[in-house]
Design a binder for this molecule. Structure first.
Ligand code: COA
Length: 415
Protein backbone atom coordinates (compact mmCIF):
# COMPACT_ATOMS: atom_id res chain seq x y z
CA UNK A 1 0.00 0.00 0.00
CA UNK A 2 1.35 3.46 -0.82
CA UNK A 3 2.22 6.02 1.85
CA UNK A 4 1.28 9.69 1.96
CA UNK A 5 4.88 10.94 1.67
CA UNK A 6 6.22 8.28 -0.71
CA UNK A 7 8.99 9.76 -2.84
CA UNK A 8 9.84 12.58 -0.39
CA UNK A 9 13.49 12.44 0.64
CA UNK A 10 14.53 14.05 3.90
CA UNK A 11 18.08 14.96 4.79
CA UNK A 12 17.74 14.57 8.53
CA UNK A 13 20.34 16.63 10.29
CA UNK A 14 18.55 16.46 13.62
CA UNK A 15 19.68 15.33 17.05
CA UNK A 16 18.41 14.95 20.62
CA UNK A 17 14.58 15.10 20.74
CA UNK A 18 12.83 18.00 19.01
CA UNK A 19 14.11 17.46 15.45
CA UNK A 20 14.08 13.65 15.59
CA UNK A 21 10.40 13.55 16.62
CA UNK A 22 9.59 15.61 13.53
CA UNK A 23 11.52 13.46 11.06
CA UNK A 24 10.23 10.26 12.69
CA UNK A 25 6.67 11.37 11.97
CA UNK A 26 7.58 12.14 8.36
CA UNK A 27 9.18 8.69 8.07
CA UNK A 28 5.99 7.11 9.42
CA UNK A 29 4.07 8.91 6.71
CA UNK A 30 6.36 7.32 4.12
CA UNK A 31 9.25 9.75 3.60
CA UNK A 32 12.76 8.34 3.09
CA UNK A 33 14.58 9.87 6.05
CA UNK A 34 18.37 9.83 5.82
CA UNK A 35 19.84 10.74 9.18
CA UNK A 36 23.28 12.34 8.89
CA UNK A 37 25.36 11.77 11.99
CA UNK A 38 28.83 12.63 13.10
CA UNK A 39 31.30 9.91 12.14
CA UNK A 40 32.31 7.81 15.13
CA UNK A 41 29.92 9.48 17.59
CA UNK A 42 26.46 9.94 16.17
CA UNK A 43 23.46 11.57 17.80
CA UNK A 44 24.45 12.20 21.42
CA UNK A 45 21.30 10.46 22.65
CA UNK A 46 22.60 7.10 21.39
CA UNK A 47 24.62 6.96 24.58
CA UNK A 48 22.46 8.98 26.97
CA UNK A 49 20.41 7.30 29.74
CA UNK A 50 21.57 3.87 28.60
CA UNK A 51 19.94 0.88 30.27
CA UNK A 52 22.15 -1.70 28.50
CA UNK A 53 25.91 -1.12 28.15
CA UNK A 54 27.12 -0.30 24.62
CA UNK A 55 23.63 -0.55 23.15
CA UNK A 56 21.73 2.39 21.62
CA UNK A 57 19.63 3.91 24.38
CA UNK A 58 15.85 3.83 24.43
CA UNK A 59 16.10 7.62 24.23
CA UNK A 60 17.58 7.21 20.75
CA UNK A 61 15.69 4.16 19.53
CA UNK A 62 12.30 5.60 20.47
CA UNK A 63 12.90 8.82 18.50
CA UNK A 64 14.53 7.47 15.36
CA UNK A 65 12.38 4.67 13.96
CA UNK A 66 12.07 4.08 10.21
CA UNK A 67 15.20 6.14 9.39
CA UNK A 68 18.46 5.33 7.64
CA UNK A 69 21.75 6.42 9.19
CA UNK A 70 24.82 7.69 7.35
CA UNK A 71 27.90 9.08 9.03
CA UNK A 72 29.56 12.10 7.42
CA UNK A 73 32.11 14.51 8.83
CA UNK A 74 30.62 17.69 7.49
CA UNK A 75 33.64 19.72 8.52
CA UNK A 76 35.88 17.62 6.30
CA UNK A 77 36.10 19.13 2.74
CA UNK A 78 35.32 15.80 1.11
CA UNK A 79 32.57 15.16 3.64
CA UNK A 80 31.08 18.52 2.65
CA UNK A 81 30.96 17.33 -0.97
CA UNK A 82 29.00 14.26 0.07
CA UNK A 83 26.59 16.49 1.95
CA UNK A 84 26.25 18.68 -1.15
CA UNK A 85 25.31 15.61 -3.19
CA UNK A 86 22.68 14.77 -0.59
CA UNK A 87 21.30 18.30 -0.64
CA UNK A 88 20.90 18.01 -4.40
CA UNK A 89 19.04 14.73 -4.07
CA UNK A 90 16.73 15.54 -1.15
CA UNK A 91 13.54 17.58 -0.86
CA UNK A 92 13.84 18.74 2.72
CA UNK A 93 16.74 19.43 5.08
CA UNK A 94 15.68 19.34 8.73
CA UNK A 95 18.04 20.56 11.44
CA UNK A 96 18.00 21.57 15.07
CA UNK A 97 21.58 22.65 15.67
CA UNK A 98 22.46 25.55 17.88
CA UNK A 99 21.88 28.89 16.12
CA UNK A 100 24.43 29.52 13.34
CA UNK A 101 25.89 25.97 13.28
CA UNK A 102 24.66 25.22 9.75
CA UNK A 103 26.11 28.54 8.49
CA UNK A 104 29.42 27.80 10.22
CA UNK A 105 29.47 24.47 8.38
CA UNK A 106 29.25 26.48 5.15
CA UNK A 107 25.63 25.58 4.40
CA UNK A 108 23.92 28.95 4.45
CA UNK A 109 20.43 29.32 3.01
CA UNK A 110 21.97 30.98 -0.06
CA UNK A 111 24.40 28.11 -0.61
CA UNK A 112 21.66 25.51 -0.20
CA UNK A 113 19.51 27.45 -2.68
CA UNK A 114 22.37 27.40 -5.19
CA UNK A 115 22.65 23.65 -4.80
CA UNK A 116 18.92 22.95 -4.87
CA UNK A 117 16.37 25.76 -5.30
CA UNK A 118 13.53 23.33 -4.47
CA UNK A 119 15.03 22.47 -1.10
CA UNK A 120 12.94 23.18 2.00
CA UNK A 121 15.16 23.99 4.97
CA UNK A 122 13.35 23.38 8.24
CA UNK A 123 14.78 24.35 11.61
CA UNK A 124 13.94 24.07 15.26
CA UNK A 125 15.51 26.82 17.34
CA UNK A 126 14.96 27.71 20.97
CA UNK A 127 13.80 31.25 20.24
CA UNK A 128 12.75 33.23 17.20
CA UNK A 129 14.49 36.51 16.27
CA UNK A 130 14.95 38.70 19.36
CA UNK A 131 17.05 39.02 22.47
CA UNK A 132 17.49 35.26 23.00
CA UNK A 133 17.90 34.10 19.41
CA UNK A 134 21.48 32.93 19.95
CA UNK A 135 20.70 30.78 22.99
CA UNK A 136 20.93 27.03 23.14
CA UNK A 137 17.70 25.62 24.47
CA UNK A 138 16.44 22.37 25.94
CA UNK A 139 12.92 21.21 26.78
CA UNK A 140 12.42 22.79 30.18
CA UNK A 141 13.91 26.12 29.13
CA UNK A 142 11.22 26.30 26.46
CA UNK A 143 8.50 25.28 28.93
CA UNK A 144 9.60 28.13 31.17
CA UNK A 145 10.00 30.73 28.43
CA UNK A 146 6.78 29.74 26.66
CA UNK A 147 4.47 30.33 29.63
CA UNK A 148 3.84 26.71 30.63
CA UNK A 149 5.82 26.68 33.87
CA UNK A 150 4.43 29.92 35.31
CA UNK A 151 0.90 28.60 34.82
CA UNK A 152 1.50 25.03 36.01
CA UNK A 153 1.54 23.81 39.62
CA UNK A 154 -0.25 25.01 42.72
CA UNK A 155 -0.68 28.56 43.90
CA UNK A 156 1.39 28.07 47.04
CA UNK A 157 4.29 26.35 45.27
CA UNK A 158 6.96 27.15 42.70
CA UNK A 159 6.44 26.98 38.91
CA UNK A 160 6.36 23.38 37.66
CA UNK A 161 7.35 21.79 34.36
CA UNK A 162 5.15 19.12 32.84
CA UNK A 163 6.11 15.55 31.92
CA UNK A 164 4.69 16.01 28.43
CA UNK A 165 7.58 17.16 26.24
CA UNK A 166 5.76 20.12 24.82
CA UNK A 167 9.00 22.00 24.15
CA UNK A 168 10.78 19.26 22.23
CA UNK A 169 8.20 16.86 20.84
CA UNK A 170 5.60 19.64 20.67
CA UNK A 171 7.89 21.78 18.53
CA UNK A 172 8.81 18.78 16.38
CA UNK A 173 5.12 18.37 15.67
CA UNK A 174 4.79 22.04 14.73
CA UNK A 175 7.81 21.74 12.44
CA UNK A 176 6.38 18.67 10.71
CA UNK A 177 3.24 20.63 9.86
CA UNK A 178 5.39 23.47 8.51
CA UNK A 179 7.31 21.03 6.32
CA UNK A 180 4.30 19.33 4.73
CA UNK A 181 2.73 22.76 4.19
CA UNK A 182 5.90 23.97 2.43
CA UNK A 183 5.97 20.78 0.36
CA UNK A 184 2.39 21.47 -0.69
CA UNK A 185 3.19 25.08 -1.64
CA UNK A 186 6.16 23.84 -3.64
CA UNK A 187 3.83 21.77 -5.83
CA UNK A 188 2.60 25.02 -7.38
CA UNK A 189 5.40 27.54 -6.63
CA UNK A 190 8.21 25.17 -7.64
CA UNK A 191 10.37 26.78 -4.93
CA UNK A 192 11.72 25.68 -1.60
CA UNK A 193 11.51 27.88 1.48
CA UNK A 194 12.69 28.11 5.04
CA UNK A 195 10.51 26.77 7.85
CA UNK A 196 11.23 27.84 11.42
CA UNK A 197 9.60 26.48 14.55
CA UNK A 198 10.92 28.18 17.68
CA UNK A 199 10.42 26.18 20.87
CA UNK A 200 9.21 29.22 22.82
CA UNK A 201 6.58 29.84 20.13
CA UNK A 202 5.50 26.19 20.06
CA UNK A 203 5.01 26.10 23.83
CA UNK A 204 3.18 29.42 23.78
CA UNK A 205 0.90 28.11 21.04
CA UNK A 206 0.00 25.24 23.36
CA UNK A 207 -0.51 27.76 26.20
CA UNK A 208 -2.88 29.86 24.10
CA UNK A 209 -5.66 29.62 26.72
CA UNK A 210 -3.37 31.17 29.33
CA UNK A 211 -2.83 34.28 27.20
CA UNK A 212 -6.62 34.34 26.87
CA UNK A 213 -6.83 34.31 30.67
CA UNK A 214 -4.19 37.04 31.04
CA UNK A 215 -6.45 39.38 29.10
CA UNK A 216 -9.56 38.31 31.00
CA UNK A 217 -7.70 38.92 34.25
CA UNK A 218 -6.60 42.38 33.16
CA UNK A 219 -10.17 43.28 32.21
CA UNK A 220 -12.02 41.85 35.20
CA UNK A 221 -9.40 41.25 37.93
CA UNK A 222 -10.87 37.84 38.68
CA UNK A 223 -11.41 34.47 37.01
CA UNK A 224 -14.15 32.53 38.65
CA UNK A 225 -13.16 29.06 37.45
CA UNK A 226 -9.70 29.37 39.07
CA UNK A 227 -9.15 27.86 42.54
CA UNK A 228 -8.05 31.32 43.75
CA UNK A 229 -11.71 32.38 43.51
CA UNK A 230 -13.33 33.25 45.88
CA UNK A 231 -10.85 32.79 48.75
CA UNK A 232 -7.49 33.80 47.28
CA UNK A 233 -5.98 36.87 45.74
CA UNK A 234 -5.35 37.39 42.07
CA UNK A 235 -2.15 39.20 41.16
CA UNK A 236 -1.14 40.82 37.89
CA UNK A 237 -0.42 37.63 35.97
CA UNK A 238 -2.29 34.39 35.34
CA UNK A 239 -1.78 32.26 38.47
CA UNK A 240 -1.08 28.54 38.69
CA UNK A 241 -4.41 26.78 38.53
CA UNK A 242 -3.58 23.46 40.20
CA UNK A 243 -5.76 20.82 38.59
CA UNK A 244 -8.56 23.13 37.54
CA UNK A 245 -9.85 22.35 34.08
CA UNK A 246 -9.09 25.73 32.55
CA UNK A 247 -12.31 25.62 30.57
CA UNK A 248 -15.93 26.47 31.24
CA UNK A 249 -16.59 23.10 32.93
CA UNK A 250 -14.96 22.90 36.38
CA UNK A 251 -12.84 19.83 37.08
CA UNK A 252 -10.42 18.51 39.69
CA UNK A 253 -8.35 15.42 40.50
CA UNK A 254 -9.97 13.34 43.24
CA UNK A 255 -8.76 10.46 45.38
CA UNK A 256 -10.05 6.97 44.68
CA UNK A 257 -9.98 3.76 46.73
CA UNK A 258 -6.37 2.79 47.46
CA UNK A 259 -4.91 6.30 47.23
CA UNK A 260 -3.07 5.80 50.54
CA UNK A 261 -0.65 3.35 48.91
CA UNK A 262 -1.10 3.81 45.15
CA UNK A 263 0.20 7.20 43.94
CA UNK A 264 -2.05 6.99 40.89
CA UNK A 265 -5.35 5.98 42.53
CA UNK A 266 -7.02 9.18 41.38
CA UNK A 267 -9.61 10.25 38.85
CA UNK A 268 -10.15 13.50 36.96
CA UNK A 269 -13.75 14.53 37.52
CA UNK A 270 -15.59 17.17 35.50
CA UNK A 271 -18.77 18.72 36.85
CA UNK A 272 -20.21 19.30 33.40
CA UNK A 273 -23.33 21.44 33.68
CA UNK A 274 -25.75 19.31 31.60
CA UNK A 275 -25.14 16.24 33.81
CA UNK A 276 -25.22 18.04 37.16
CA UNK A 277 -28.44 16.31 38.27
CA UNK A 278 -26.90 12.91 37.49
CA UNK A 279 -23.78 13.79 39.46
CA UNK A 280 -25.97 14.71 42.45
CA UNK A 281 -27.76 11.37 42.17
CA UNK A 282 -24.58 9.31 41.90
CA UNK A 283 -22.96 10.90 44.96
CA UNK A 284 -26.16 10.81 46.98
CA UNK A 285 -26.72 14.58 47.16
CA UNK A 286 -30.01 14.69 45.23
CA UNK A 287 -31.01 17.92 47.00
CA UNK A 288 -28.17 19.83 45.29
CA UNK A 289 -29.93 19.44 41.94
CA UNK A 290 -32.61 21.90 43.00
CA UNK A 291 -30.91 23.87 45.81
CA UNK A 292 -30.42 27.44 44.44
CA UNK A 293 -26.90 27.46 45.95
CA UNK A 294 -25.90 24.51 43.77
CA UNK A 295 -28.37 24.22 40.92
CA UNK A 296 -26.63 26.48 38.36
CA UNK A 297 -22.99 26.68 37.23
CA UNK A 298 -22.75 30.30 38.43
CA UNK A 299 -24.17 29.39 41.86
CA UNK A 300 -21.63 26.55 42.20
CA UNK A 301 -18.51 28.58 41.40
CA UNK A 302 -18.02 30.10 44.88
CA UNK A 303 -18.01 26.66 46.54
CA UNK A 304 -16.35 24.38 44.05
CA UNK A 305 -13.87 23.31 46.70
CA UNK A 306 -16.62 21.96 48.95
CA UNK A 307 -18.40 20.36 46.01
CA UNK A 308 -15.29 18.47 44.95
CA UNK A 309 -14.66 17.43 48.58
CA UNK A 310 -18.15 15.92 48.65
CA UNK A 311 -17.66 14.15 45.31
CA UNK A 312 -14.34 12.83 46.59
CA UNK A 313 -16.07 11.25 49.56
CA UNK A 314 -17.85 9.15 46.92
CA UNK A 315 -14.85 8.48 44.61
CA UNK A 316 -12.82 7.29 47.62
CA UNK A 317 -15.22 4.38 47.97
CA UNK A 318 -14.48 3.17 44.42
CA UNK A 319 -11.34 2.26 42.49
CA UNK A 320 -10.64 4.64 39.61
CA UNK A 321 -11.86 2.01 37.14
CA UNK A 322 -15.06 1.31 39.09
CA UNK A 323 -15.73 5.03 39.27
CA UNK A 324 -15.13 5.34 35.51
CA UNK A 325 -17.59 2.56 34.78
CA UNK A 326 -20.33 4.10 36.91
CA UNK A 327 -19.79 7.68 35.75
CA UNK A 328 -19.59 6.76 32.07
CA UNK A 329 -23.04 5.19 32.31
CA UNK A 330 -24.35 8.68 33.04
CA UNK A 331 -22.14 10.49 30.51
CA UNK A 332 -20.27 12.24 33.31
CA UNK A 333 -16.87 13.22 31.86
CA UNK A 334 -14.01 11.75 33.86
CA UNK A 335 -10.64 10.10 33.32
CA UNK A 336 -8.49 7.73 35.38
CA UNK A 337 -4.98 8.84 36.26
CA UNK A 338 -3.07 6.14 34.39
CA UNK A 339 0.46 5.23 35.34
CA UNK A 340 3.04 4.53 32.62
CA UNK A 341 2.89 0.88 33.70
CA UNK A 342 -0.86 0.75 33.10
CA UNK A 343 -0.47 2.49 29.74
CA UNK A 344 2.29 0.11 28.65
CA UNK A 345 0.06 -2.86 29.49
CA UNK A 346 -3.16 -1.49 27.98
CA UNK A 347 -4.34 -3.94 25.26
CA UNK A 348 -6.39 -1.38 23.31
CA UNK A 349 -3.32 0.83 22.78
CA UNK A 350 -1.42 -2.18 21.42
CA UNK A 351 -4.31 -2.95 19.10
CA UNK A 352 -4.34 0.50 17.53
CA UNK A 353 -0.55 0.63 17.12
CA UNK A 354 -0.21 3.51 19.56
CA UNK A 355 2.01 1.27 21.69
CA UNK A 356 4.19 -1.02 19.58
CA UNK A 357 6.73 -3.70 20.37
CA UNK A 358 9.82 -3.39 18.20
CA UNK A 359 12.74 -5.79 17.80
CA UNK A 360 16.26 -4.37 17.67
CA UNK A 361 19.39 -6.34 16.71
CA UNK A 362 21.47 -5.39 19.75
CA UNK A 363 18.79 -4.43 22.28
CA UNK A 364 16.13 -7.08 21.64
CA UNK A 365 12.44 -6.29 22.10
CA UNK A 366 11.26 -2.97 23.52
CA UNK A 367 8.10 -0.91 23.62
CA UNK A 368 7.66 2.36 21.83
CA UNK A 369 4.94 4.88 21.10
CA UNK A 370 3.84 4.41 17.52
CA UNK A 371 2.33 6.99 15.21
CA UNK A 372 -0.37 8.87 17.13
CA UNK A 373 -1.82 10.20 13.85
CA UNK A 374 -3.77 7.58 11.92
CA UNK A 375 -4.35 7.98 8.18
CA UNK A 376 -6.84 5.60 6.56
CA UNK A 377 -4.92 5.45 3.28
CA UNK A 378 -1.36 5.56 4.60
CA UNK A 379 -0.77 2.90 7.23
CA UNK A 380 2.20 3.19 9.57
CA UNK A 381 4.60 0.32 10.04
CA UNK A 382 7.05 1.04 12.84
CA UNK A 383 10.52 -0.32 12.09
CA UNK A 384 13.58 -0.14 14.31
CA UNK A 385 16.03 2.74 14.50
CA UNK A 386 19.25 2.39 12.48
CA UNK A 387 22.62 1.50 13.93
CA UNK A 388 25.20 4.27 13.59
CA UNK A 389 26.22 4.52 9.92
CA UNK A 390 24.29 1.36 9.04
CA UNK A 391 23.23 2.76 5.66
CA UNK A 392 26.32 4.74 4.69
CA UNK A 393 27.34 2.38 1.87
CA UNK A 394 23.79 2.01 0.59
CA UNK A 395 23.19 5.78 0.47
CA UNK A 396 26.63 6.48 -1.03
CA UNK A 397 25.83 4.00 -3.83
CA UNK A 398 22.50 5.77 -4.43
CA UNK A 399 24.43 9.05 -4.71
CA UNK A 400 26.57 7.45 -7.45
CA UNK A 401 29.78 6.75 -5.50
CA UNK A 402 31.65 3.59 -6.46
CA UNK A 403 32.85 1.15 -3.75
CA UNK A 404 36.43 2.38 -4.35
CA UNK A 405 35.41 6.01 -3.84
CA UNK A 406 33.52 5.06 -0.69
CA UNK A 407 36.53 3.26 0.65
CA UNK A 408 38.81 6.25 -0.11
CA UNK A 409 36.41 8.65 1.62
CA UNK A 410 36.31 6.33 4.61
CA UNK A 411 40.10 6.27 4.80
CA UNK A 412 40.13 10.08 4.59
CA UNK A 413 37.70 10.24 7.55
CA UNK A 414 35.06 12.05 5.48
CA UNK A 415 32.50 9.31 6.09
N1 COA B 1 30.09 16.44 11.31
C1 COA B 1 30.83 17.39 11.87
N2 COA B 1 30.35 18.28 12.76
C2 COA B 1 29.07 18.17 13.09
C3 COA B 1 28.23 17.18 12.53
C4 COA B 1 28.79 16.29 11.60
N3 COA B 1 28.07 15.33 11.03
N4 COA B 1 26.99 17.33 13.06
C5 COA B 1 27.06 18.36 13.91
N5 COA B 1 28.29 18.88 13.94
C6 COA B 1 28.77 20.01 14.71
C7 COA B 1 28.04 21.29 14.41
O1 COA B 1 28.51 21.84 13.22
C8 COA B 1 28.38 22.12 15.64
O2 COA B 1 29.66 22.69 15.47
P1 COA B 1 30.01 24.25 15.78
O3 COA B 1 29.56 24.49 17.19
O4 COA B 1 31.47 24.27 15.59
O5 COA B 1 29.27 25.08 14.82
C9 COA B 1 28.52 21.06 16.72
O6 COA B 1 28.49 19.80 16.06
C10 COA B 1 27.54 21.00 17.83
O7 COA B 1 26.25 21.35 17.45
P2 COA B 1 25.25 21.98 18.54
O8 COA B 1 23.91 22.04 17.92
O9 COA B 1 25.83 23.27 19.04
O10 COA B 1 25.26 20.88 19.70
P3 COA B 1 25.27 21.07 21.30
O11 COA B 1 25.28 19.69 21.83
O12 COA B 1 26.32 21.97 21.77
O13 COA B 1 23.86 21.76 21.61
C11 COA B 1 21.45 21.92 21.65
C12 COA B 1 22.68 21.00 21.69
C13 COA B 1 20.23 21.03 21.58
C14 COA B 1 21.39 22.76 22.92
C15 COA B 1 21.52 22.84 20.41
O14 COA B 1 21.69 22.05 19.27
C16 COA B 1 20.29 23.72 20.23
O15 COA B 1 20.09 24.72 20.91
N6 COA B 1 19.45 23.37 19.24
C17 COA B 1 18.28 24.13 18.87
C18 COA B 1 17.16 23.95 19.86
C19 COA B 1 16.79 22.52 20.07
O16 COA B 1 16.46 21.79 19.17
N7 COA B 1 16.76 22.13 21.36
C20 COA B 1 16.13 20.92 21.78
C21 COA B 1 16.97 19.76 21.71
S1 COA B 1 15.96 18.40 22.14
Amino acid sequence: MSKALDGVRILDFTHVQSGPTCTQLLAWFGADVIKVERAGAGDITREQLRDIPDVDSLYFTMLNHNKRSVTIDTKNPEGKQVLEALIQKCDVLVENFAPGALDRMGFTWERIQELNPRMIVASVKGFGPGPYEDCKVYENVAQCAGGAASTTGFDDGPPVVTGAQIGDSGTGLHLALGIVTALYQRTHSGRGQRVLAAMQDGVLNLCRVKLRDQQRLERTGVMKEYPQYPNGEFGEAVPRAGNASGGGQPGWILKCKGWETDPNAYIYFITQAPVWAKICNVIGKEEWATDPNYATPAARLPHLKDIFAEIERWTMTKTKFEAMQILNKYDIPCGPILSMKEIAEEPSLRKTGTIVEVDHPTRGKYLTVGNPIKLSDSPTEVTRSPLLGEHTDEVMAELGYSPEQVSALRTAGAI
